[in-house]
Design a protein around this ligand. Structure first.
Ligand code: AMP
Ligand code: MG
Length: 357
């Protein structure tokens, strides 16, 4: 959420482009009379907003078109259950055959291997079969119906799918474990946000926010002031605000929006503990600030799995010091550095994380 004071000037101009992703481009003008160029896209089931401060309008429009192309190809490449590059790889893994992969895929696999290891296996994008078993390969939430049987879940967990089972040999990739299926749903947004940020920086933009449904990365400033962003809270809507320093990503993972609703009204959230095969239910949400969006995204997912009992293992492993967890009552448990930075919204209570003062 962008909270910098802004009003839309006139009707947003709609760009006619090949794809349908780019919804609108408009100029926003703050009370400082500092125009911000703004574009909105719909991708990964989320509204992605890109705002550029102190940018030339022509340059901005050109960049927005480029970003449109980037998002479109990422959507196709990284989709966990629609036909595309990832599905071909997953079929090869299941069949035990090697498949050619480009540098993008190899780089993401390598980074994910590290993230799984550093998060103590709590973030694990090799559990695509488990995510599918729970019915979470869908855009329609809530998923309705009873959970899978304990036996079906146990069968998957007993095969211990892990990124460590994946081998890379030059440009070939294969899995030594046929139960491994890649699902990058836990970092897709982070990956996209980083790509856009890297592209914008390379293109010479110095002040930007890339906001994917409240998960964002921002760099530079807004009218000589830090970008101020609102942070979500499951119960009250907004937990508070944070001023961004130089270049940072802020990501929240929650298990309250996407879940399976069983006939007995029980809810089974979409973030799964890879160690048990069952949804993580300890906390409602986790918010992380990190230097890049991919790590913030992976860490937020891993922290939901970790909960209040194990948060420190994830924080230490992934070198995260600015984070908070929200329990089912809406109470926020924040790390010391987060407490120093989060300006709590009225009525929002903030406690220290267990084991921290
Ligand atoms: P996020 O909203 O970033 O926390 O990502 C949640 C998505 O990541 C789910 O919808 C699944 O596709 C996938 N996922 C679920 N549990 C895990 C896990 N433990 N590690 C990695 N990805 C997961
Ligand atoms: Mg995530």
């Amino acid at each position: 959420m962008l909270t910098a004071p802004a009003v839309r000037t006139g009707q947003p101009r709609r760009l006619r482009l090949a794809g349908l992703l780019l919804l609108a481009v408009s100029a926003l003008v703050s009370c400082h009379n500092d125009p911000v160029q703004h574009a909105e896209y719909f991708v990964f089931g989320t509204l992605v907003e890109v705002s550029l401060a102190q940018a030339d309008e022509q340059d901005a429009v050109q960049a927005f078109t480029q970003i449109q192309d980037m998002l479109q190809s990422m959507h196709q490449d990284w989709h966990a259950w629609e036909p595309g590059r990832l599905q071909d790889i997953n079929q090869a893994f299941a069949a035990g055959t090697a498949i050619e992969a480009d540098n993008d895929v190899l780089a993401l696999v390598r980074r994910s291997q590290t993230l799984e290891q550093l998060s103590g296996g709590r973030f694990n994008p090799a559990i695509g079969r488990l995510v599918a078993l729970w019915g979470f390969h869908t855009s329609d939430y809530p998923v309705l119906g009873p959970p899978p049987t304990a036996a079906a879940i146990e069968q998957q967990v007993s095969h211990r799918p892990s990124m460590a089972d994946i081998r890379i040999d030059a440009s070939l990739i294969y899995s030594t474990n046929p139960w491994v299926q890649l699902d990058f749903g836990g970092i897709a947004k982070g990956l996209a946000v980083d790509r856009i940020a890297d592209y914008l920086k390379e293109a010479g933009f110095r002040h930007a926010i890339i906001n994917a449904g409240g998960d964002l990365r921002a760099f530079g400033q807004r009218a000589s002031r830090p970008w101020r962003i609102a942070v979500r809270n499951p119960l009250s809507g907004v937990a508070g605000s944070i001023d961004i320093r130089q270049d940072e990503a802020v990501f929240t993972s929650g298990n309250y929006e996407r879940y399976r609703l069983a006939p007995d009204e029980r809810r089974y959230p979409h973030i799964i503990d890879p160690r048990s095969g069952w949804p993580a239910e300890h906390v409602m949400a986790a918010t992380v600030i990190a230097a890049d969006a991919l790590v913030a995204d992976a860490a937020a997912t891993a922290l939901v799995v970790a909960g209040l009992a194990e948060w420190r293992e994830v924080a230490d492993g992934l070198a995260i010091d600015t984070l908070f967890l929200t329990d089912e009552n809406g109470t926020i448990y924040a790390s010391k550095t987060m407490r120093q930075r989060l300006q709590a919204a009225p009525g929002v209570r903030i406690e220290a994380l267990p084991g921290e003062r």
